[in-house]
Design a protein around this ligand. Sequence first.
Ligand code: SER
Length: 325
Amino acid sequence: MGSERILITGANGQLGTVLTERLIKMHGSDNVIVTDIKTPENNYTNFELLDVLNAVAIEEIIQKHRITTVYHLAAILSATGEKIPMKCWHVNVTGYLNILEACRKHNVQKIFYPSTIAVFGDDAQKVKAPQDSPLNPSTVYGMSKVSGEQWSKYYFNRYGLDIRSIRYPGVIGYQSLPGGGTTDYAVEIFHEALIHGTYTCFLSANTGLPMIYMEDVINATLDIMKADRDDISVRSSYNIEGASFTPAEIASEIQKHLPQFKMQYAPDERQAIADSWVSSLDDSKAREDWNWKPTFTLPEMTKDMIQNLRDLGVNESKKKLIKEI
Ligand code: SER
């Protein structure tokens, strides 16, 4: 068998930006086909514009580049999804089915599919939500990802497609900005704290949510993909957690580095979404099956975020900062 040939969708997103760089470092730019619906700022050797709703284009790319592994990151997140529910369902579910069908037809060996904490609903246990919690989400994004988890299991059982999946918590990183999610505040807060010294949070002070640092989430993604096929006992999606915290807790952690920092609260429609999710996860199955272990605590991620954003010159303008990375 030749070397791994990777396709990544949604490569311009918060996670895609960082995962793409890491995959190129590991496999070489010739072996990583980078795609997104928009042209990236970065100059990739192999970039193709790709709308995941275009099933024909997906098949063409997979065949042309002899793809063996797909990281399917393209999706519309929770808050945006509530504004455009039909589009969210279409992109997240039909888009994923287009990927699955193309992979099945053209013998792709492995797929990574990101699920989310949005799969949980009001009836799930809020603290340390178990791996096999009931999944009755209230958002279209959550519904689309529950459906994606089930389709993953179906394609594995029916066709043997080796799909691996993680329920991503809110992701915090200095390299890129999130877009359209309910956990976005936990990134925005750092930029605003450094630029203006204040932040008005769209969630209330005591809204606890599962979160994770970028470094940990990238390692988790690569580790689950490296694991032995037989060690993956969960074929829907694994709970993982880095550090769970509330807006008040992250604000007080930031104040240890920036004592003048002031936080205000003005909850908007995203509060109801956050309230319907769980506040922490039991990730023991991921720890057991493929040795998942987070390394960044809230104090560590706070220190690292502030240091890196300062080094990158966040004071200029956050938009400029993101473009320069
Ligand atoms: N970060 C996502 C969101 O807030 C959750 O997966 O929508």
